[in-house]
Design a protein around this ligand. Structure first.
Ligand code: ADP
Ligand code: MG
Length: 740
């Protein structure tokens, strides 16, 4: 059945060739129980390893059932081993953390047998070796003799025609050794059993043949007694199956839990990584968000995250009908029609007090005045103060009601003339802001809107075909609205005389043309009078000389140029989560939309960006370090399992099967760690407890982030498994075995 013809085995190491054995000729059959003896170093193990297919040979030919094996590839040798050979070792090579049953089962799993088919068989074999009682005991708790009997059972269930054993009794007391010999001889009835031993006396009562080796040569080959006749010279059953998918999962999960400290350590590391990454990631997102939302914009003063600025795509007026349609969009909380007012802070001050705020129509005030009443005429202002404002805090707000204040609009030449107002009432509010609101009458509101409109518009004068523009550095040709000029007329400088026939501007007309983003308009005005350098003060009722060169027009005429309705408004969301749906709805309705907050700059500009980059970079470096440290710890843990995987390997496991087992094991732990994280977050979400860390994670990590985190961890598991299995399989099965 097994035949060696002139087989030689050499070892090459560091340029030196050593002979394992040379020119061995042997023929072995089923039913034989062969002992190989000889002194240490004579080549017994080497011969056995070659027969086992664990080691290659260089010369000669080895036949199995008449088939040549010298041309076998590595895979073919693996199949050879699966089909024909079962090994028994001096050091048992059991998985100590498995039960007796599981150890035997492992051999069958690695051969792709089905659970249904082998269960009864394993129990039968365990009865045969006398270990049925111990089937559920862990291998680590057995005596040496019992362990070797488990190894024999494991060899038996495979149903291979050949069983080889290298010093199987070397680690056993004489009584246990006797039992093993007896067991092996009973097994040899219909198989070939080859045993290496240096204790021939012990073997002699059982064996059928003795082979003695010396210095790599067979020096004696003697029949001790007649082997039993085996009629059935069948070849082996087809058993080079692979570990089945479900068995793989079962085995991987068994490996996850069977060594409890290892499991807990791995679980701890995975939990630590998932927690650390989610905490780091969510707090980075939070910092960025906080920075973004507290950022401001040079143009838009109010960068509230709920604010969306709209204008029509065709730049036409937004009508009251349009406003009602916008209000009907789900998620729209309120609309500020006069959008430009939102972004302008207006100051009023007296000699002792100053307050600032946005201008709001008096009709929009809600709540109760703390003092006084709402405005009733043009020169009154009602002040709403945040309670945290220093004027409110000191209780000095009562003094606002006394005396007069200067109202200054910080833009537009036409408004450089300050207005004097009185405060008619005060209210306090809980709003968290550094500025308040100034509620004004519609009349004053129109004037202020006009001023704002002016600041966004370009004004052009046309005097008898002469196009005049206002000077950048003085008031020459600046249009100043005043209430002492009669409607439809204007007061201009005597310089204008030059633009008209007969050097006389008085009684002639000119046009004021304004143009801005949305529209243009013009008015034709009569030059009622001209002023000279000398009579300026008189004719302007005492205006500051700084205004020399200006064109004085009636305020109503002037405001009419800007009073065109609303071209740009702001929509405030009732809830930020509506942002995208409201933006889409508005776009569909024909509006251009701008989510102000998404377009803000950070306070610190480039510095803040750099700082963010550095902190993010440092965080990322920390994460990488964490990963590397974890990787090395996990690798260390996996390395402690070298023995396990070499046993799997000896039982016919391939590199990819071992890799799968590692992957399944790591993924099981990962899933548990991840489930623990999700469980903790879910409990926090349900309100069982609450703290800063879980709150941050819950608020800032989206479903997508959880998926990404999981995938990253998965990739790390695969990477570790790949690296580890590659290292484990650098050499042949023999190297793996010898490394144990
Ligand atoms: P035995 O099992 O009879 O004690 P071995 O078969 O282990 O002897 O060894 C036979 C010869 O092969 C010895 O000279 C030994 O030094 C040599 N040998 C065994 N294994 C190796 C190896 N991996 N590399 C180099 N030489 C080896
Ligand atoms: Mg040996």
């Amino acid at each position: 059945m097994l035949k060696l013809v002139n087989v030689s085995k050499y070892y090459y190491s560091k340029g030196v060739v050593t002979s394992g054995f040379s020119r061995v000729n042997l023929e072995m059959h089923r039913g034989e129980f062969i002992a190989i003896t000889g002194e240490s170093g004579s080549g017994k193990s080497t011969l056995l390893n070659v027969i086992s297919g664990l080691d290659s040979y260089e010369d000669g030919e080895m036949y199995i059932f008449g088939q040549e094996t010298s041309g076998y590839t590595e895979t073919e040798f693996e199949n050879y081993r699966k089909r024909y050979i079962a090994n028994i070792f001096q050091n048992f090579n059991l998985v100590n953390s498995y039960t007796v049953y599981q150890n035997v089962e492992l051999a069958l799993m690695m051969n792709g047998r089905k659970r249904k088919e082998y269960r009864k068989k394993i129990l039968d074999v365990l009865r045969q070796v006398g270990l049925y009682k111990f089937r559920n005991a862990r291998a680590s708790r057995l005596s040496g003799g019992q362990k070797q009997r488990v190894a024999i059972a494991r060899a038996l269930v495979k149903d291979t025609p050949v069983i080889v054993a290298d010093e199987p009794t070397g680690n056993l007391d004489s009584q246990s050794a006797e039992n093993v010999w007896e067991l092996l001889s009973s097994v040899a009835k219909d198989r070939l059993v080859v045993v290496v031993t240096h204790n021939f006396e012990q073997a002699e009562p059982y064996i059928t043949r003795k082979i003695t080796m010396h210095d790599g040569q067979v020096i004696e080959d003697a029949e001790i007694r007649k082997p039993e006749e085996v009629k059935d010279e069948r070849t082996a059953e087809e058993h080079e199956g692979r570990l089945r998918f479900l068995q793989k999962i079962r085995l991987g999960i068994r490996n996850t839990f069977n060594i409890v400290p290892k499991f807990l350590l791995l679980l701890f590391i995975f939990m630590f990584i998932t927690a650390a990454v989610s905490i780091f990631y969510s707090s980075t997102l939070k910092n960025n968000f906080v920075e973004d939302t507290s950022g401001y914009n040079h143009f838009f003063d109010d960068a509230d995250i709920a604010r969306i600025v709209i204008q029509k795509k065709d730049k036409s007026i937004i009508t009251e009908d349009d406003f009602s349609r916008i209000m009907a969009v789900p998620g729209v909380g309120r609309i500020v029609k006069e959008d430009l007012l939102i972004d302008r802070t207006v100051y009023i001050w007296s000699e002792e007090l100053g307050v600032n705020g946005n201008i709001v129509a008096a009709s929009e005030f809600e709540g109760q005045p703390e003092l006084g009443r709402l405005p009733e005429n043009k020169d009154e202002v009602f002040v709403l103060l945040p309670k945290t404002h220093y004027v409110a805090e000191n209780g000095t707000y009562e003094r606002l009601m006394k005396g007069s204040f200067t109202l200054e609009l910080p833009f537009g030449k036409s408004n450089s003339s300050p207005r004097i107002v009185t405060v008619c009432g005060v209210a306090l509010s809980d709003m968290d802001d550094w500025k308040g609101r100034l509620y004004v009458s519609d009349e004053l509101l129109a004037q202020i809107s006009g001023a704002i409109g002016d600041s966004f518009s370009k004004t052009e004068l046309n005097a008898n075909g002469h196009v005049l523009q206002s000077s950048d550095w003085d008031m020459t040709n600046a249009v100043i609205p005043v209430d002492w000029v009669e409607s439809g007329t204007a007061l201009v400088s005597d310089e204008w005389n030059g633009y008209y026939k007969n050097y006389r501007a008085k009684g002639k007309t000119f046009t004021v043309k304004i143009r801005n983003l949305y529209y243009s308009d013009e008015a034709e005005l009569l030059i009622k009078d001209v002023y000279t350098y000398r009579n300026f003060k008189n004719k302007t009722l005492g205006m500051d000389e700084w205004y020399r060169g200006a064109v004085f027009v009636n305020v109503d005429d002037y405001l009419a140029l800007f009073d065109k309705g609303y071209y740009q408004s702001s929509v405030y969301l009732s809830d930020f989560s509506y942002k995208d749906s409201v933006m889409t709805a508005l776009e569909d309705m024909g509006y251009k939309t701008l989510h102000v907050n998404s377009n803000t700059e950070s306070y610190g500009g480039n510095w803040a960006r750099l700082e963010r980059l550095i902190t993010t970079g440092m965080g990322a470096a920390l994460m990488v370090t964490l990963f590397l440290v974890s990787y090395f710890i996990i690798r260390l843990i996996m390395r402690s399992r070298n023995t396990y995987f070499s046993t799997v390997r000896i039982l016919g496991g391939t590199a990819s099967e071992c890799r799968s087992l590692i992957v399944i094991e790591l993924i099981t732990v990962l899933n548990l760690a991840y489930a623990a994280l999700i469980g903790v977050l879910y409990a926090a979400h349900k309100g069982y407890f609450s703290n800063y860390v879980t709150d941050t994670i819950l608020t800032y990590l989206s479903f997508r982030d959880y998926i990404i985190l999981y995938l990253v961890m998965l990739a790390v598991c695969l990477w570790i498994a790949l690296r580890y299995s590659r290292q484990l399989f650098k050499g042949s099965a023999m190297n793996t075995l010898k490394a144990v």
